[in-house]
Ligand binder design. Structure first.
Ligand SMILES: CC(C)(COP(=O)(O)OP(=O)(O)OC[C@H]1O[C@@H](n2cnc3c(N)ncnc32)[C@H](O)[C@@H]1OP(=O)(O)O)[C@@H](O)C(=O)NCCC(=O)NCCS
Length: 434
């Protein structure tokens, strides 16, 4: 069965569960909200629904209740590859079950049928100034795809609410199919010959991406692309890019508008851009110390940086309180394939030293590495050295998580999101009265 048929089969039961929760338990109190949470970026307020993934502070992400290690192990893989089909992961996020090899392949094949990017998108990107950040290009391209939206076309013709999910899925499949091609074009435009990429019908998405950006070690990079696109896909609903997309789409603006907002959010250095900033830091360390520093040198370097009030990108997390399993999976990949790479070795030493310094400094609630602390050296190893591009890769992957959430939000008929704000005076009065 296709993704569409599988979702269709699940709809009656899931709608019944959702409606029952509202009708029978709508007034059940989950938790209280503190003044600190209101002032401190809504940390930990439980206020979003998703079945697609869950981040446990002490364990990390589970996609549809499976850990990263379990997912990488259970998903079907292309012949001779170490890492699974990306289409298989999308199936898992959408449906909640590990696909068969045929089902995983079907997603990859469907993407290839949908992956042609309208020529005007390439033309728009060519007119952008040379110093525009690749994330600005990606966000513009996604926004510019808006006229393609089936959701908006059908909505304006007068579609019933129960049918919203169908064109939402159609748009999501189209967007996730076109994004890798757009990303590869942005790479070629900014750093190579500007060639418009063409997908090879015989390759899965990982191998196709390697081919479209023209890296030398196609086989090695194809596995990295598979790993990268799988592990960056989702991190439950509260992360900034997913939440921005969800909020935007809750107004029934289509996924092109909504994910453009999500990408603009991913472009912040506290979020997706940290992968670029993290590699910049590792390169700075390599240059300053002419290779691997001593532990004492790195300790002092880290302290000096913190004393200047600067961040250590790739470390800390709003929810996680342990080393990110996405960091562990990438480190394992690097150590298996290129343990002697200096940047990987520096990243490893940073992993040993930085958490201790952050603990000593006493500010960061989580001193452990996140996904961004190691993703750069892996790209760099395969020749993708233009670190400004790294957040674009993140954006290609994150689209899978947010669109799975988007489709299910439309299935369940989730309403426009509208939290309530308070003034500072109200909070002071409330505090005084309590
Ligand atoms: C991820 C991050 C934004 C989480 O923010 P948060 O939930 O507010 O983090 P905390 O509650 O632990 O922050 C408490 C303090 O520690 C600081 N801190 C947290 N992580 C830090 C880091 N990696 N380097 C330096 N200081 C850090 C915060 O800036 C904050 O300082 P302040 O009180 O002066 O404002 C934060 O850890 C960070 O900026 N990390 C670096 C950027 C990064 O890697 N982002 C990618 C996340 S996947």
């Amino acid at each position: 069965m296709t993704i569409k048929e599988m979702i269709s089969a699940q709809i009656p039961k899931q709608r019944e569960r959702y409606e029952k929760l509202i009708k029978d338990h709508g007034d059940t109190v989950i938790a209280e909200v503190t003044i600190r949470q209101i002032l401190d970026g809504m940390r930990g307020i439980k206020s979003l629904l998703t079945d697609v993934s869950f981040v446990d502070p002490e364990e990390g992400i589970r996609f549809r209740s499976m850990t990263i290690a379990e997912v990488l192990d259970a998903l079907p893989k292309p012949e001779g590859a170490d890492m699974p089909y990306i289409g298989g992961l999308y199936y898992l996020l959408m449906i909640g079950e590990i696909p068969t090899r045929e089902q995983a392949l079907e997603v990859d094949t469907d993407w290839r049928k949908r992956c042609e990017v309208p020529k005007y998108i390439f033309d728009i990107l060519r007119t952008m100034p040379n110093d525009a950040h690749p994330m600005a290009l990606l966000s513009v391209a996604v926004m510019a795809l808006e006229p393609e939206s089936e959701f908006s076309k059908r909505f304006h013709k007068g579609m019933k609410k129960v049918d919203y999910w169908e064109p939402a899925l159609e748009d999501s499949l189209n967007l996730t199919a076109k994004l890798p091609v757009i990303a590869a074009f942005i790479y070629n435009l900014k750093y190579k010959d500007g060639k418009e990429p063409e997908a090879d019908p015989n390759l899965d998405l990982g191998a196709n991406f390697a081919q479209m950006i023209g890296v030398e070690d196609q086989k090695g990079y194809a596995d990295l692309a598979r790993l990268y696109f799988i592990i960056h896909s989702d991190h439950e609903s509260g992360n900034a890019s997913a939440h921005a997309t969800h909020l935007s789409a809750s107004t029934l603006s289509n996924i092109y508008y909504a994910y453009s907002a999500g990408l603009s959010t991913l472009a912040g250095p506290l979020h997706g851009l940290a992968n670029q900033k993290s590699l910049e830091l590792l390169l700075e360390i390599r240059k300053k110390f002419g290779g691997l520093p001593t532990k004492e040198q790195l300790r002092k370097f880290t302290w000096d940086r913190l004393e200047q009030g600067r961040l250590i990108p790739g470390y800390g997390h709003a929810v996680l309180r342990v080393p990110d399993p996405r960091f562990i999976a990438q480190m394992k990949f690097a150590k298996k394939r290129f343990p002697d790479d200096t940047l990987v070795q520096i990243a490893e030493m940073v992993f040993e030293i930085v958490p201790k310094v952050l603990i000593e400094q006493g500010k960061a609630k989580n001193p452990a590495p996140n996904v961004d602390a190691i993703s750069g050296p892996l790209q760099y190893h395969y020749g993708v050295k233009e670190f400004e591009f790294y957040t674009v890769l993140f954006g290609v992957s994150r689209a899978m998580g947010v669109t799975a959430n988007y489709v299910w939000a439309r299935v369940l008929g989730q309403p426009i999101e509208r939290p309530k704000s308070m003034t500072m005076k109200m909070l002071e009065e409330f505090a005084a009265a309590n």
